[in-house]
Design a protein around this ligand. Sequence first.
Ligand code: PLP
Length: 415
Amino acid sequence: MNVIFLSIVVKWKKEKFVLKKGVKDMMKNRIFLSPPHLSGNEQKYINEAFETNWVAPLGPNIDAFEKEIANYVGANEAVAVSSGTAAIHLALCLLDVKKGDTVFCSSLTFIASANPIIYQGAEPVFIDSEPETWNMSPQALERAFQDGSHENKLPKAVIVVNLYGQSAKMDEIMSICSRYNVPIIEDAAESFGGTYKGKASGTLGLFGIYSFNGNKIITTSGGGMIISNDQEAMNKARFLATQARDPAPYYQHSNIGFNYRMSNVLAGIGRGQLEVLPKRVAERRRIFEQYYKELANLPGIYFMAELQNTQSNRWLTALTINEKEAGVTAGEVLVALTKENIEARPVWKPLHLQPIFDGLRYYPHEKNESVSDRLFQQGLCLPSGSNMAFNDQMRVIKCIKESINSHMCKRELQA
Ligand SMILES: *Cc1c(COP(=O)(O)O)cnc(C)c1O
């Protein structure tokens, strides 16, 4: 009788233990890479739209959001559109990019930077990164221009990307482009809120574009913006984004346009988000600082630098892992993080390595050294959401430390 009772108790305790352990594992909450972070003010603007029945594209939130962004970055004019991709597409249309043209574009970026070149039937030429900012290499750009000049085929535009919040070497790039008299489209989708020599990121080219996709530093759930000091060009952007309707009393069209405008409801989300942009930049920078403090002295870990006289918004904390020094690859650390229910990402796969762009021209940083290839092999983006809890960030840090230490131990044992 007692024995049976005892065995039941033991079994019950065992099950309770297993159950507890199971619950504990399940309770390890998922840490996301860059989730939306609402301010609480979005609802106010959305409600206004609903109460006044401006549940349409265009309306007071759109007008206000455009003005607020233009003011914030110090540009003459901003046009709100349905995505960052749409904004790049409009910029190319404004520059009359068409079949037979080429456009120079950063290689180390999200494919959305280059897809609109293809939409226009033109051909991208990819430019490598330089090692300091990970962004467009001025010396590779110069070589591409020299070749273009010899072949009597200069590009119609240069798309410069500011990766993970860090500005490219804009002075050097702008000086080359102005020498060849080719306009710049600054893809600031990831760097909104950052600065370059005191100027807002995105305002250095002829056109700048921002993205308010759900994973960006501020979001409208989905949306984008094109900005410029060229008032006339921005009027044309509005015209093209609303099906290119001629000023006539009936529906008349002399151009092909797009349905690219942002909705008045989503612009309301954007207004509530823009109010806290400086706070979001400070929070993301603080998250970077914490990673840096805890991880920078580990062997083989190198953080993406911040160029002098620029302020990155640190949209994502990005680093490289040198396998020889760390004893572990970026890919292996990524697997370790994934096992811990932590969402990290490899650095963008360069566009010149994408199957869809196979055979297109590419200019590496040095004739026989591609920097973006190395950054892709060694790079890792860590969870950087402005609403990530301190303890969650410490969980990420612990996991990275453990995965490097365990490999160091293994190596020492083998030695
Ligand atoms: C997100 C992103 C885009 C595209 O923005 P969407 O709003 O998603 O269309 C373009 N370029 C870069 C570098 C991006 O990160």
